[in-house]
Design a protein around this ligand. Structure first.
Ligand code: DQA
Length: 148
């Protein structure tokens, strides 16, 4: 199973950015942890972060072309604004799980809408950086045949 962990704008600043909302772990910490769990389960995992909408869209298209089995995606603020990213996900057959570190539903009203969620198989929000690991677990269940 080949998975991509995709992170959008400002997530390269994890650890420094509003730690009271997003915690003290850096993106490298999160990725190292996921790499360890993925290796234990023989999952081929890769990581990509960009602050640019077009670069994220190109990466989403590449997942389809390169035979990925799933994407764990934190689109950051593009969640609430990007029809283009929504359309990119709709254009591929690779399943996507949307994740947010914070609980977007308990925050400002402009974070309550996700343009991305309708084209994802599910959304995890509010479990801190543990949400990435939960999404990986969901893909492991899917590999075992659980219908997601
Ligand atoms: C976020 C929530 C978004 O609303 C915000 O713009 C982010 C991070 C999260 O992980 O909680 O950049 O996606």
């Amino acid at each position: 199973m080949k998975l991509l962990v995709l992170n959008g704008p400002n997530l390269n600043r994890l650890g420094k950015r509003e730690p009271e909302v997003y915690g003290a772990e850096t993106l490298a910490d999160v990725e190292n942890h996921l790499q360890k769990i993925a290796s234990e389960h023989l999952v081929d995992i890769s990581f990509y972060q960009s602050n640019t909408e077009g670069a994220l869209i190109d990466k989403i298209h590449e997942c389809e072309d390169n035979g990925f089995d799933g994407i764990i995606f934190n689109p950051g603020a593009y969640t609430h604004t990007s029809i283009a990213i929504r359309d990119a996900i709709a254009s591929i057959n690779v399943p996507v799980i949307e994740i947010h570190i914070s609980n977007v539903h308990s925050r400002e009203p402009f974070r309550h809408t996700s343009l991305i969620a309708p084209v994802c198989i599910g959304q995890l929000t509010g479990f801190g950086t543990g949400g990435y690991e939960l999404a990986l677990q969901a893909f492991l269940l899917r590999r075992k045949g659980v219908r997601l």
